[in-house]
Every structure is written in C-alpha cells, then in structure tokens.
Design a protein around this ligand. Structure first.
Ligand code: ZN
Length: 427
C-alpha cells in the first residue's frame, strides 16, 4: 500500500488522498536546504524531526521551471527532483498566504512558540497517519459523484447550523447576514465559516462535527485550522479602539458623567492548555491564578462592552503587569483618559505605567461603589468563555495552540458584532 502524503505548508489541505492528481515533492534531505524550505513556508524546522519524511505539494512551485527533471519525471515517473536553489514560493490562494503569515507571527512570539518542540510535530497540521476514515473519498468514486456527495453534505450542514444559529455559532438569529457577508469578504465557502464558528462555540470533537460533513475528523481539523486563519485575519478589523470623540458621545448619552473619560476596562483572559511535555514550557505556562497551564491574554473593553484591544498570547506564568507592559496596549491607549481594572487581577503598580500616558487608574469595586454602578451582566472574559472552546471546562490541545490567538480574536469579533444585545454595564 502506498503511504499517504500530505503537504507540509501550513493551511494547505492537499493530500494524496484528497488531491491524488497533484505531485507531492519530498523535502530535501540536506539539512540547510531542508531548513530553507521550512523558512520559506514559515514553519519552525526545530519542531519536526530532521529525519521524518515530509512533502510539499506542487501548488507551491512553478513546477515546470522549478523541477530539475520535469520531462524525465513526466515521461517515466522517476522521483521528482527540484533545482538546488528552489524553495516553495507560491502561496497563490489567499489561504496559504494567511496561514504562512499567521504561523510566522506565532514563531516570533518566542515565549510559547516552542511549546510544540517536543510534541509529535508531524501531526501538527496534517491528517493522522493511521486514520482510515478518509477513505470515504475512495479513489474508485468518480470525481463528479464525489463532488455531488460533498456538496449535499455541506448544504445539509449549513441548514442545520442556520436552524440553531445562536446555539451553534453565538450569532443572534437576526444577524443571519453576518455569515453571508463573511462569505463575500473572505471568499471562504459558507460551510467552512459555519464549521469554524460551530467548533469554537460548541467545542464538539472534530470527529463528531466531521460526521455531518461526511469527512474524517482529521480532515475537519485541517479545514478548521485553515478557515480560522482566514477568518481571524479579516475579523480582527472588528476589534479596534473607537475614536475618543465617538466614545465621549456614547458615554455621555448612555452612562452619564460617572463614566466620564473611562475608555478602557482591562482584564486578563486565561485559557487552559494541554500540559506541555518540556519542563521549561510547563513552567512558563503555569498560572498561579488558575493552578494549571494556560495562555494569557490582556483584554481591554469600553464601559458599554466593546472590546477595543486584544493582546497576543503569553505563557500563563507572565504577570499581568508584564503582559500589559509588553503587549502594545500602552501604544494604543490614548492620553488623558481613565482606565479601570478588575480588583481580583494583580496588576500591581500599573499606575506608574499609565502615568506615562497621563492616564488615571480606578480599581473596579471602589469605582463601582462610589458611583453606584451596578455591574450587571457578565464580565467580558466570561462572555468570551461562552465560546466553549475557550471555556473553563476546555483544554486546548497542543495541535491548536498555534492558532489560539486566532480563535480568541474571532470570538472577540463576534462579541463586538453583536454588542447591542448585550450591554456589559448599566447604571
Ligand atoms: Zn500544498
């Protein structure tokens, strides 16, 4: 039996089973060339054993020019050999581009980008080797029939999601066109967007979601990773700092003078992750606050519950103050405004940091008592954790840690898109 091959480019879902006609080129054995291929697709070579066999699909090459023995290969099916100086360089579909960018971003982050070092990195993005369920697309099925079958599954799946939109995605029924708009803006197919929101909201196992689509769990995982990268890249526009002018107006109208000039309530979100295998990563992600391994995010939102800043992820051992100092929040914070924090977070001595922007700090309960504010509905952190993949009962598996920033971003963007239904603080 021929071993299954899959493309090593993050976000590319080509496999020798799904796309049997494509050429899969094995990575060069010579270490420096192999590392250059990893760099080209923005993957960390340290995460993968240098002896494991990996493939790159033809989509990332100009195959006729880049292959040294193209004619010979075509005529006699000898092993494909790429020219010495060639690396994967075409990430034509937007998906691949975003995927490469996103994983590059994670790599720069240092602190937990190496988390996966000691994991079985070969299973990082790819279908499981031993999964035979992908044979549902057995080569004997004619491509036409297969397409029909796929699209039947997909439209039934979309109908199911739309029927219980709020439960399945967190998006209110009245905002059905939200998904349609995303389809237009991102060129992702509707079922991919539904799949992504559905997984994030319910955190059902991929194997379970996959049944609805007639695919394998590993294929569903790959689709999720790919569309999460694309969606978050687009949806991050929904998380922004509104202009002081528009905020002032809103505050005066809706919240009266007691909230005068409060532009930012800061809090930290901590998401439990699978215990890393390396001791150093176990300690860098160990959260004293949660008593488990976590990735931590700094979140800022306005008094009416609009998320106006989301940091990237930090290992749970980083203090709230260290995160605040490092994450870029102080760069976007306007001068001369009031910032409030939740009393139960440590945020020790941030007054000095805020003072550099001439901002004042009010700690939440005292602020609330003085101005008789009822902190009515949930904290923004609790609302984010209603997306069950980020919920207190969930544990992010190692394979998804690389896209955790993207998942959190999508959840925040969904909250921002529906904030009229949920005001976080009322007088
Ligand atoms: Zn590929």
């Amino acid at each position: 039996m021929v071993a299954r091959k899959w493309c090593f480019v993050p976000g590319c879902t080509n496999t020798s089973v799904r796309t049997p006609k494509k050429i899969f080129i094995s990575l060069p054995k010579q270490i420096s060339r192999r590392n250059a291929w990893f760099a080209a697709v923005k993957r960390d070579f340290k995460k993968v054993s240098s002896t494991s066999t990996l493939y790159c699909c033809e989509d990332h090459f100009n195959i006729e020019q880049d292959m040294e023995n193209y004619l010979e290969y075509k005529l006699s099916k000898v092993k494909a050999r790429m020219k010495d100086d060639v690396v994967p360089h075409i990430f034509a579909c937007e998906l691949d581009g975003v995927a490469a960018k996103a994983s590059g971003h994670m790599a720069r982050k240092g602190e937990f980008s190496e988390l996966l070092c000691n994991q079985d990195a070969d299973s990082e993005w790819q279908p499981n080797n031993d999964s035979s369920s992908e044979d549902i697309f057995s080569p004997s099925v004619a491509p036409e029939n297969q397409k029909d079958k796929e699209s039947k599954f997909q439209s039934a799946f979309v109908r199911k999601i739309e029927k219980s939109l709020r439960f399945c995605t967190g998006i209110p029924k009245e905002q059905m066109d939200f998904i349609a708009n995303l389809v237009t803006k991102t060129s992702l197919e509707t079922y991919l967007i539904c799949l992504t929101f559905y997984k994030i909201k319910t955190n059902y196992a991929f194997e379970r979601i996959a049944i609805d689509l007639g695919i394998s769990g590993s294929h569903a995982t790959a689709l999720f990773v790919r569309s999460t990268l694309v969606l978050s890249e687009f949806m991050k526009q929904l998380v922004y700092w509104p202009s002081s002018k528009s905020m002032r107006k809103l505050l005066l109208e809706g919240f009266g003078t007691s909230f005068h000039n409060v532009q930012s309530i800061i809090d930290c979100l901590e998401i439990k992750i699978q215990k890393p295998s390396a001791a150093v990563h176990q300690s860098s992600t160990w959260s004293e606050y949660k008593q488990c391994n976590t990735i931590k995010y700094l979140i800022s939102y306005t008094p009416d519950g609009f998320i106006n800043f989301l940091s990237s992820g930090y290992g749970g051992s980083a203090s709230d103050v260290a995160v605040l100092q490092d994450c870029g929040y102080l760069r976007v914070l306007p001068e001369n405004c009031t910032v409030t924090v939740m009393i139960d977070r440590d945020f020790k001595q941030i007054e000095n940091l805020l003072y550099t922007k001439k901002c004042t700090l009010v700690r939440f309960p005292s602020f609330a008592n003085n101005s008789r504010i009822i902190y009515s509905t949930k904290r923004i952190v609790d609302r984010i954790q209603e997306f069950k993949i980020l919920g207190p009962l969930s544990t992010i598996p190692s394979a998804l840690i690389q896209i955790l920033d993207n998942i959190v971003m999508i959840s925040c963007a969904v909250i921002n898109s529906q904030r009229r239904q949920n005001v976080s603080i009322v007088l």
